[in-house]
Design a protein around this ligand. Structure first.
Ligand SMILES: Cc1cc2nc3c(=O)[nH]c(=O)nc-3n(C[C@H](O)[C@H](O)[C@H](O)COP(=O)(O)OP(=O)(O)OC[C@H]3O[C@@H](n4cnc5c(N)ncnc54)[C@H](O)[C@@H]3O)c2cc1C
Ligand SMILES: NC(=O)c1ccc[n+]([C@@H]2O[C@H](COP(=O)([O-])OP(=O)(O)OC[C@H]3O[C@@H](n4cnc5c(N)ncnc54)[C@H](OP(=O)(O)O)[C@@H]3O)[C@@H](O)[C@H]2O)c1
Length: 479
């Protein structure tokens, strides 16, 4: 079955305190965005002792407008681009009165309700930034934090990195010439007020560029959308329902998913008659771009489409087709860098956003360091982060045992290369996964690992057992 969270899936609220089992590994979670909170919930319910440090004063990360953490790219018109039942955590449906695609404030309220429902909000330490994570003796990790009480260093058996990967703006290499107007990155865009009455050039063809151009059509004096490579722009509704609800079970091969995406692209309507360039790749070979309104605002003449920028000349922006426009604001909707300021680049260096991980969670050379939500699904991040957190929890409690190290590395390289082949080469596609397939694949691995753990326990119970070490020792459990 494809992933679809219904009201009946809601778990009972957690109202009583859950005792922590101090014999279990001690864990640090970095960040309380949607990835961090689902990790915290999983650890909390399992009784694992943990700290969660959040740099800001709110949970929800990117979904908090004007988040004082300075890392949120949220803007006034932002809404989710996967429908609520396909974005909700598996045991906590979104409220029934939410629209098919919830607004950012509703998403934030949903995360707050999740924390209240599972009773873990008090366990998060706010206003505290993780500044350094370094390997320590006996396979542990040393974590340095800075907060109201000053600097602190503590050791943990495992660290769950959930610091988000859409907060470090990817500015382009400078184009030739000088521009006399203002330049901002989409990360710093908050509302149409910034576009009001101005001549705006929006650069990029991702979801940020579409949303900002559409709002600019209402507020700016003129909007030019500069697209260096065309994209298939899907509508958010097809045949009267949220388009992502035409979903397939995860065991289906990728070519069927691609067929579904091709169907979605064709059903969404042509691009060229709106002046949008035809993409040089097939639907399904790029991260999905969605907009319900972009065709209408182009058709109404409120947004002009141009190719890539060639150079600047004062207040003029010159494009590769020889055309030019006057502008006083350029919005670079050119994507994000994956960054871990608290990790030594000699340990983890995601240059050009490249960071192969086993199942996008485990770094085979760094036992005890886990990444949560560090992936770019064709679908929503939250349910995948939830499954990742549940998996890591099973490792930490000994309920799951990993396969042998060579098998992990083989799978990691195979999956990474396969995913890269599916999407055109770009820093925006280095972590792309198929939502339903990822969930299905991880559920198979978790089942296999539970069987391995059971077998290892049975062997140890046998009188002639040589005392097999649990395979998850390599994954962070205390030695
Ligand atoms: C404009 C925009 C729209 C998006 N829309 C969607 C969507 O519709 N659906 C979807 O699935 N995804 C969407 N995404 C992707 C987005 O990454 C996820 O929605 C989601 O925010 C990921 O959650 P996260 O917890 O991994 O990261 P974040 O939401 O970025 O949260 C990370 C948290 O970690 C904290 N933190 C970071 N560093 C530290 C540190 N050193 N110490 C302590 N705390 C730290 C931050 O303060 C923050 O609270 C969108 C992204 C953008 C930019
Ligand atoms: N919920 C929503 O509706 C919503 C809204 C906004 C964003 N998001 C999400 O946020 C994430 C980031 O999206 P994003 O749109 O900000 O970034 P993105 O998906 O990485 O897209 C970046 C765009 O900028 C272009 N680009 C990059 N460098 C360029 C350069 N030097 N010159 C010209 N163009 C350049 C890219 O072109 P190439 O393809 O040629 O590299 C691409 O079109 C995605 O996961 C997205 O789904 C969601």
């Amino acid at each position: 079955m494809a992933y679809f969270v219904k009201p009946a899936h809601r778990s009972a609220a957690v109202t009583a305190p859950i005792p922590r089992d101090e014999s279990l590994p001690r864990v640090c979670v970095i960040g309380a965005g949607s990835s961090g909170i689902t990790a915290v919930k999983s650890l909390h319910l399992a009784g694992i002792p943990f700290d969660c440090f959040e740099a800001g004063i709110a949970i929800g990360g990117n979904w908090v407008l004007d988040n004082p953490n300075g890392q949120s790219a949220c803007y006034e018109t932002l809404e989710i681009n996967t429908s609520c039942p396909r974005m909700a955590f598996s045991d906590f449906p979104m409220p029934a009165d939410y629209p098919p695609y919830a607004r950012h404030d509703q998403v934030h309220a949903y995360f707050e309700a999740y924390a209240a429902h599972f009773g873990f909000r008090e366990a998060i330490t706010f206003d505290t930034t993780v500044t350094e994570v370094t390997p320590a003796a006996r396979g542990r990790w040393r974590v340095r934090t800075r907060g109201p009480a000053g600097e602190r260093t503590q050791e943990y058996d495992a660290v769950l990195v959930a610091n988000g990967h859409h907060w470090d703006p990817r500015w382009p290499e400078p184009y030739p010439g000088t521009f006399t107007g203002e330049q901002i990155h989409a990360h710093d865009y908050r509302s149409g007020d910034q576009l009001e009455g101005r001549d705006v050039v929006v650069v990029g063809a991702g979801n940020s560029a579409m949303d900002i151009a559409v709002e600019g059509a209402r507020r700016a004096r003129s909007v030019t959308l500069s697209i260096r490579r065309g994209q298939w722009v899907m509508r958010k509704f097809l045949f009267g329902r949220a388009s992502d609800q035409i979903a397939l079970p995860g065991w289906m091969p990728w070519w069927v998913t691609r067929l579904r995406l091709r169907f979605g692209a064709v059903a969404s309507g042509g691009l060229r008659r709106y002046g949008l360039p035809r993409p040089p790749h097939a639907p399904g070979q790029s991260h999905p771009v969605q907009s319900e309104r972009i065709r209408a605002v182009i058709a109404a003449g409120r947004v002009q489409v141009r190719p890539g920028i060639e150079r600047f000349d004062g207040d003029q922006v010159l494009f590769t087709d020889g055309s030019r426009v006057r502008a006083d604001l350029v919005v670079w909707a050119t994507g994000y860098r994956v960054s871990f300021p608290f990790l030594d680049p000699a340990l983890v260096n995601p240059a050009d956003n490249e960071l192969p991980l086993w199942k996008r969670v485990v770094h085979p050379d760094l036992p005890g360091l886990f990444f949560i939500g560090l992936l770019q699904p064709v679908g929503a991040v939250m349910p995948l982060a939830e499954a990742q957190a549940a998996w890591v929890t099973e490792m930490l409690t000994g309920r799951y045992a990993a396969p042998a190290d060579p098998e992990i590395r083989t799978q990691m390289v195979r999956d990474h290369e396969r995913n890269k082949r599916r999407f055109y080469a770009s820093p925006r596609h280095t972590m792309e996964v198929d939502f339903d397939h990822y969930l299905w694949d991880l559920s198979l691995e978790r089942r296999a690992g539970r069987k391995r753990a059971d077998a290892a326990r049975d062997d140890r119970r046998a009188p002639d057992s040589a005392g097999l070490a649990l395979a998850d020792e390599r994954s962070g459990a205390r030695a």
